[in-house]
Design a protein around this ligand. Structure first.
Ligand code: SAH
Length: 357
């Protein structure tokens, strides 16, 4: 019922006010006959996480009415959630058009981290990732992307201090909206999260890496590598047939040269596929001399998935060999795997606790 009412309230022809930058909001409000500074007030309320214009208590009734007549606030609807033994919470959010996305809250020593989605589904087809199995529906807007953080904060009561674009979707296949969302997250008048606390993970879309090199923002770039050999990587990630490893590494080298920032390579260790001593040495050769870090991830099991994770001993041996050869490598702590909230396990529906409408 509540959902139907929301749909009626949110007429599709109306703009989601959360999609507008401060400058765009200023333009819109001036066009509606308002003073420019009003936009700052509205913008500040949006990032306090309000769900309705009525909560903007320092605005006049007339302005609130004008806002209601012209905009909606797409603030996501909590459909269900699941909490892991380790405290990780996976949220299933429903968008105004009825589609669903998953986002994850993780607790680390340094604070709370949000893992957010940027598309409904994914086109990339990596065969070890559950998000690939759900097909592609559409990209999220900047407002929808950032609303996940606001909603997680509202649901959990915790302040997010770290954001990773490692949920559903390929960020560089939705480049402009992701960049706009990053600016909202980073903006001192927005969510005010430092760029160094924002990480973007890509399967290796070269044009995206090139554009990202020129953004002049100190976010972390993570590359899903998973193998240093083209035949193995192509068998796991179809995108490798378009952009082979050498091209991806070349783009990363240019990124490092331009930004002087360290690149993180993600490497999901799969038993018998990419986890041998020879694989480690091959990887060392590939990354030799680069300002980088390797994040080893035990591959997570997905429904109908053919891959098994490497043994702990093999993972440690792989890590130790990289470190010994001068490539900094760590094994990523597995969070939320008991509730399918870990890397590559996000889909668009879960069996969580239902939120009452
Ligand atoms: N499209 C982006 C974000 C994907 S998810 C990208 O490809 O980078 C974030 C990370 O989880 C990626 O490195 C992805 O390759 C990895 N991942 C996906 N499925 C996984 C699985 N089953 N086990 C471990 N890591 C996985």
């Amino acid at each position: 019922m509540a959902f139907l009412l929301r749909c009626l309230k949110g007429r599709p022809e109306m703009k989601n006010i959360r999609d507008l930058s401060l400058e765009e909001l200023e333009e819109e409000l001036v066009a509606l006959g308002e003073k420019k500074y009003r936009a700052k007030q509205v913008y500040a309320w949006l990032f306090k996480g309000v769900n309705s214009f009525d909560e903007m208590t320092d605005l006049s009734k007339e302005l609130i009415q004008k806002l209601k007549d012209h905009f909606i606030i797409e603030c996501l609807f909590l459909d269900s959630f699941q909490q892991s033994k380790d405290g990780t919470i996976k949220y299933l959010f429903r968008l105004l058009d009825g589609h669903k996305i998953e986002s994850v809250l993780m607790k680390y020593k340094f604070g709370y981290s949000a893992c957010i989605s940027n598309q409904i589904g994914c086109k990339m087809g990596c065969n070890f990732c559950a998000s690939a199995g759900i097909g592609f529906v559409r990209s999220l807007t900047a407002g929808e992307i950032v609303s996940q953080i606001l909603k997680i904060q509202e649901c959990s009561g915790e302040k997010i201090s770290n954001v990773v674009f490692m949920g559903i979707g390929e960020p560089f296949d939705n480049y402009d909206n992701v960049m706009k969302a990053i600016r909202f997250i980073n903006d001192p008048k927005g969510l005010n999260i430092g760029a160094r606390h924002i990480s973007v993970s890509t399967c290796g879309l070269i044009d995206g890496i090139e554009k990202f090199s020129n953004e002049n923002i100190q976010c972390n770039l993570c590359i899903s590598l998973h193998s240093s050999k083209d035949d193995v990587r192509s068998s796991m990630m179809p995108i490798n047939k378009k952009y082979a490893i050498d091209e991806v590494i070349g783009a990363c080298k240019k990124y490092i040269e331009k930004t002087n920032r360290r690149v993180t390579f993600e490497y999901a260790l799969v038993d018998g596929v990419n986890d041998s001593r020879e694989d480690a040495l091959h990887l060392v050769k590939l990354l030799h001399g680069m300002l980088c870090h390797v994040n080893l991830i035990p591959v997570n099991k997905i429904k109908n998935g053919k891959y098994e994770k490497s043994s702990v001993e093999k993972m440690m041996a792989f890590r130790d060999l990289l470190n010994e050869k001068g490539i900094v490598a760590t094994i990523r702590r597995e969070l939320g795997s008991d509730i399918a909230a870990a890397c590559g396990q996000l889909v668009m529906d879960n069996q969580g606790e239902k939120k009452k409408d």
